[in-house]
Design a protein around this ligand. Structure first.
Ligand SMILES: [Fe+2]
Ligand SMILES: [Fe+2]
Length: 444
C-alpha cells in the first residue's frame, strides 16, 4: 500500500518540527512542513501523492478560506485537519467537493493521531516502541548530539552509530547520508532532549545577531533562521552580511525613534513571518549589490534598507509579496480581491507611511516603482526601463531574484540559470548596470 503524504502548514517552527517528526515516527506517512499557505499550495499542486493537509489557523482567519478554495480547485481528494485554538468556537467549515474536514485543538498531536486512526492510516508497525524516528535532514544541521543515534538494520535490530557528544558525529552522519540514509533513530526516552536541542539551535540563531536586538519581534525565530540559511545557501559572504547588518541597525534604530512608524512596522512584521523574511532578505541583497556597484553612500544604503522594510506593508495578505508579475502563474491563481490587493499595494504602502513619516523623494519612488518592469508591463504606472530610476532598478532586480530563488531549494541551486533567464528580460536601460552587479555577486 502506498504511503500517505502529508503537508503540514504552521508558521511556528518548533511545532512544525515536533508534529512532523511525531507523525512520521508513529504512522506510515511522510510529512513536509511549510510556513506559508502559498508555498504549501504550490507543493500540493505539484505533488499528486499529497492526500492529507494539516493547517494551523490559530491566528490566520481570513487567508485560510482562500487556501481551502484553492485546494478544492486542485480537484483531488483531501483529508484536511484544521488546527484551532478552540475547536468549540469554529463556525466556518466550508463545504468543498472532495475535501473532508476534521477540526482539532492546536498543539494536540494525540488528537491528530486519533483522526489518522479513524481514517485507517496505518501505524508504523515496523518501528520498535523503544525508538523514535528522526529525518536526517532535520538533524544534519547539528555538529554533535546530546543523545545516541541509531540506525535500523532490520525490524528488530538497531545499532548505535553515533555516541552522544561525539565530536565527529556530524562527519559520521554525513557518510550515512551520502549512502542514501533518510532516517535515524533515537531512544524514545531521549526524544525530549532532541526537542531541546532544536529549540536551543533556533533560539541561538535569533540571539546570535544584532538584528534581534534591533528588531525584537515575537515568534519570528523561523524567519530569521530561514533568511540566514538561505543567504548562506546563495553564497553571501560574512562580510556582506556584516555590512548590511550595520546599515540595518542604523535604519531600525531611526525607525524606533518615530513611535507611530515603529508601531506600524512591528505590527505588520509580527503579523507575518513571510513579510519579515522578505524584508530582511531584501535588505541583505540590496545592500550587497549596492556595494558591488559602488553606490555605497550611507544615504543610498539606508534608503534601500528602508524600502526593503516598507515597500510591501500595504499588502493585506503578506504572502502575496512573492508575486513578481501579472503574467506569473501565482498571479493567475488569485481571486479578484487578491488581484486588487496586489495591484494597489505600492500605493497603499505609501498612504500608510504618509501619516507617520516624511518620505524622501527617492524612497517614495522606490516603494512606488517596485513592481514596474522594463517592458512597461509592470504596475502601477507601466513605466519602461529608461524611466525607472537606477536605484529602483536595483531594488526590483533583487526582489525578483529573491522571489524566484526562495521558492524552493532546487531554485536556490539553480540560481545561475535564473540569472541567465533574468538577463534576457532585464538587460536594458537603467537595469543594465545593477543586473551586471547582481550577476557578479550571485552568478559565481
Ligand atoms: Fe510588492
Ligand atoms: Fe516585495
Amino acid at each position: 500500500m502506498s504511503r500517505n503524504r502529508v503537508a503540514y502548514i504552521d508558521d511556528d517552527l518548533l511545532s512544525q518540527k515536533f508534529v512532523s517528526n511525531k507523525l512520521d515516527s508513529e504512522f506510515e506517512v511522510d510529512t513536509t512542513a511549510f510556513s506559508s499557505n502559498v508555498e504549501a499550495l504550490r507543493y500540493i499542486n505539484n505533488t499528486s501523492s499529497v492526500n492529507i493537509v494539516i493547517l494551523s489557523i490559530k491566528d490566520n482567519n481570513e487567508s485560510f478560506k482562500n487556501f481551502l478554495e484553492n485546494l478544492a480547485n486542485i480537484h483531488r481528494e483531501f483529508l484536511v485537519i484544521l488546527l484551532v485554538d478552540n475547536p468549540e468556537s469554529v463556525e466556518y467549515i466550508p463545504k468543498l467537493k472532495g475535501v473532508t474536514f476534521e477540526v482539532v485543538q492546536y498543539n494536540n498531536v494525540a488528537e491528530i493521531e486519533k483522526v489518522f486512526q479513524h481514517f485507517g492510516i496505518l501505524k508504523n508497525s515496523t518501528i520498535d516502541d523503544k525508538y523514535d524516528k528522526l529525518s536526517v535532514d532535520e538533524i544534519s544541521r547539528f555538529d554533535s548530539f546530546a543523545f545516541d543515534i541509531f540506525i535500523r538494520i532490520n525490524e528488530r535490530k538497531y545499532i548505535k552509530v553515533i555516541n552522544k557528544s561525539d565530536s565527529f558525529g556530524a562527519i559520521t552522519l554525513k557518510k550515512y547520508i551520502d549512502k542514501g540514509l533518510q532516517y535515524v533513530f533515537v531512544e524514545r526516552s531521549n526524544y525530549s532532549m532532541y526537542i531541546n536541542q532544536v529549540y536551543e539551535d533556533v533560539t541561538s540563531f535569533y540571539e546570535y545577531d544584532c538584528i534581534s536586538s534591533s528588531l525584537k519581534l515575537d515568534g519570528q525565530l523561523q524567519s530569521i533562521d530561514f533568511v540566514y540559511r538561505s543567504l548562506q545557501g546563495i553564497g553571501l559572504s560574512q562580510k556582506s552580511i556584516e555590512i548590511a547588518n550595520k546599515t540595518m541597525n542604523i535604519v531600525l534604530s531611526d525607525f524606533k525613534k518615530n513611535k507611530s512608524l515603529w508601531k506600524l512596522l512591528t505590527e505588520k512584521l509580527n503579523d507575518s513571518n513571510y513579510l519579515t523574511q522578505h524584508s530582511l532578505s531584501l535588505s541583505y541583497l540590496t545592500s550587497t549589490v549596492a556595494h558591488e556597484l559602488g553606490w555605497n553612500t550611507r544615504s543610498t544604503l539606508e534608503k534601500l534598507v528602508m524600502a526593503s522594510f516598507l515597500h510591501d506593508i500595504g499588502l493585506n495578505n503578506h504572502e502575496l509579496a512573492i508575486i513578481n508579475s501579472f503574467d506569473s502563474e501565482d498571479f493567475l491563481m488569485l481571486n479578484q480581491d487578491e488581484v486588487d490587493d496586489v495591484t494597489e499595494h505600492p500605493m497603499r504602502s505609501l498612504e500608510l507611511l504618509e501619516g507617520v513619516m516624511e518620505l524622501p523623494p527617492n524612497l517614495e519612488s522606490l516603494i512606488l516603482e517596485h513592481h514596474e518592469r522594463p517592458d512597461g508591463k509592470g504596475f502601477p504606472r507601466k513605466k519602461r526601463s529608461g524611466r525607472i530610476s537606477p536605484m529602483s532598478c536595483l531594488f526590483i532586480l533583487c526582489e525578483v531574484f529573491w522571489n524566484k530563488i526562495s521558492r524552493d531549494e532546487k531554485n536556490m541551486l539553480n540560481r545561475k540559470a535564473i540569472l541567465r533567464q533574468m538577463s534576457k528580460e532585464y538587460d536594458q536601460g537603467n537595469f543594465r548596470k545593477p543586473l551586471e552587479a547582481l550577476i557578479r555577486v550571485f552568478g559565481k
